[in-house]
Design a protein around this ligand. Structure first.
Ligand code: PLP
Length: 413
C-alpha cells in the first residue's frame, strides 16, 4: 500500500487519455489505479463511521474540516464513503459533469434536490409528463411547505416561458425521453429559457442514459437519473444520482448530509460494477429498441407505436438531432381492448411482467394495470393512458429472439 491506512483517501491516480469515449469512461474514469492489497476492484468500504487515532488526530481533522480544506477523510458515513465517492467520480465523468452525488434511490435524489434548492414561497415549473411520483411530491409535499408548482404541457415552450414568475420561480424541471410516450425535449431551448430568466434547469434523463444524451452539454444545470435503471442495469439495486457544476453539487452534498438519503456502500459497489458494462448494454438496448419498434410498427395487430427512433414519432427530429441512440423502451397499443393487451402480455415468453426498465432482462407492463390500476378507463383516458397500451423495456437479449417471441404472442391474440 502506498498510503498508511489512516490517511487513505480516494485520489484518482488513473489518468486516462484525453477525451476518452463513453465506454472507456464507464470502465475506468475516477478509478484509483492502485487499491489497497493491489486489488483491481474498488474496495467496498462497508462502514457506518470512521475512527480517530487520538484527540489530536480528531482536532487536526476538525480544524481542516472547519476551514473547508480537503481533509481527505470524513468522520461519519452520512457525510461520505470511499466506495460511494468512486461511483460519483465515475458518474460525473460519464455525464461530462464537474461533480456528481449519489443517493439511496432516484426519488431520494429528486426529493432531496428539490427540498435543498427551493425556499419557502418559491415556485417551480414542471412539464406534464414527468414521473408521477415526482409530480406527486411537487403537488402535495412541496405544496404543504408553501412551494407552488405550475404544470405545463411538455413541448409547449411558450407555456413554459409564460409560467415563469419573475423573482419567485427557482427551477424548471422536465424529463427526456418521457414515460410512456417517449416525448423528447429540445434541451437547448429548455436550457435557454431557464438561462434567460435566471432560473435553474433540471432534466431527469433516466430513459436516455448519458450514453444517448448528456443534457449538461446543452446548457442544462442539473441532470438526474434513477440509477436503478440503465446505470446499474441489473434490476438488483435502487440508487439515484444528480450531476452538475461542482459548487452546486457541493451545496447539495451538504444538504444530503443533513437529510440523510445516502447510498449504501454495498449498493455503490454493485452500481460501480454495473457501470462497467453500461456502454455495451445501452448499445444493445438501442439496437433492440429500434428493431422491435420497426417490427411492431409493421405488424397488422398493432395500432400505434411510440419510439423516438421511428420517423412517425412526434419528436423524431429533435431526438435524431440530440441523441446518439433512442433507448430501450418501446410503447405501443395492440388492436383491441384491455383484455387483448393482457392476453398478449401473458403470451410473451421472454419479457417478464414487472415495473422498471433499463436492466438486462426485458420487462413488459400494461400501464392501465400497473401505475393506473385504481382509475377507470375514462379517468385513464383523461391522462392519455389507453387500456390497450403496452410498455416494453428491452433488455440485452438477442434481437431475433425478442422479435420471434413478440411475433408468436401476437399470433395468439
Ligand atoms: C424517470 C424516472 N425518474 C425517477 C424515478 C424514481 O427512481 P427510483 O425508483 O430509483 O426511486 C423513476 C422510477 O421509476 C423514473 O422512471
Amino acid at each position: 500500500m502506498s498510503q498508511p491506512v489512516e490517511t487513505l483517501q480516494r485520489t484518482p491516480v488513473h489518468t486516462l487519455p484525453a477525451e476518452p469515449g463513453p465506454s472507456t469512461r464507464a470502465v475506468h474514469a475516477g478509478a484509483v489505479r492502485h487499491n489497497p492489497y493491489h486489488a483491481i476492484i474498488e474496495p467496498v468500504v462497508q462502514t457506518a463511521t470512521y475512527t480517530f487515532r487520538d484527540t489530536a488526530d480528531l482536532c487536526a481533522f476538525m480544524d481542516a474540516h472547519m476551514w473547508g480544506m480537503a481533509a481527505g477523510r470524513t468522520e461519519y458515513g452520512r457525510y461520505g464513503n470511499p466506495t460511494v465517492q468512486a461511483v460519483e467520480a465515475r458518474l460525473a465523468a460519464i455525464e461530462g459533469a464537474q461533480a456528481a452525488l449519489l443517493f439511496a434511490s432516484g426519488m431520494a435524489a429528486i426529493t432531496s434536490v428539490l427540498l435543498a434548492m427551493l425556499p419557502t414561497a418559491a415556485h417551480l415549473v414542471m412539464t406534464d409528463d414527468c414521473y408521477r411520483r415526482t409530480r406527486q411530491f411537487c403537488l402535495t409535499f412541496l405544496k404543504r411547505l408553501g412551494i407552488d408548482c405550475t404544470i405545463v404541457p411538455a413541448g409547449d415552450y411558450a407555456a413554459l416561458e409564460a409560467a415563469i414568475r419573475p423573482g419567485q420561480t427557482r427551477l424548471l424541471i422536465s424529463e427526456s425521453p418521457t414515460n410512456p410516450y417517449l416525448r423528447c425535449l429540445d434541451l437547448e431551448r429548455f436550457a435557454e429559457i431557464g438561462r434567460r430568466a435566471r432560473v435553474k434547469t433540471l432534466i431527469d434523463a433516466t430513459f436516455a442514459t448519458p450514453l444517448n444524451v448528456r443534457p449538461l452539454e446543452y446548457g442544462v444545470d442539473l441532470v438526474v437519473h434513477s440509477a436503478t435503471k440503465y446505470l446499474a442495469g441489473h434490476n438488483d439495486l435502487l440508487a439515484g444520482v444528480v450531476a452538475g457544476e461542482a459548487g452546486l453539487i457541493a451545496s447539495l452534498k451538504n444538504a444530503l448530509g443533513v437529510m440523510g438519503a445516502v447510498a449504501d456502500p454495498h449498493n455503490a459497489s454493485l452500481l460501480l460494477r454495473g457501470l462497467k458494462t453500461l456502454g455495451i448494454r445501452v448499445e444493445r438496448q438501442n439496437q433492440n429498441g429500434q428493431a422491435v419498434a420497426e417490427f411492431l410498427e409493421a405488424h397488422p395487430k398493432i395500432e400505434r407505436v411510440w419510439y423516438p427512433g421511428l420517423a412517425s414519432h412526434p419528436d423524431h427530429a429533435t431526438a435524431a438531432r440530440q441523441m446518439r441512440g433512442f433507448g430501450g423502451v418501446v410503447s405501443f397499443t395492440v388492436k383491441g381492448d384491455l383484455q387483448t393487451a393482457s392476453r398478449f402480455i401473458d403470451a410473451v415468453r421472454i419479457p417478464i411482467i414487472a415495473a422498471s426498465l433499463g436492466g438486462v432482462e426485458s420487462l413488459i407492463e400494461q400501464p392501465a394495470l400497473m401505475s393506473y390500476y385504481e382509475l377507470s378507463t375514462a379517468e385513464r383516458l383523461q391522462l392519455g393512458i389507453y387500456d390497450n397500451l403496452v410498455r416494453l423495456a428491452l433488455g440485452i437479449e438477442d434481437t431475433q429472439d425478442l422479435i420471434a417471441d413478440l411475433s408468436q404472442a401476437l399470433d395468439q391474440i
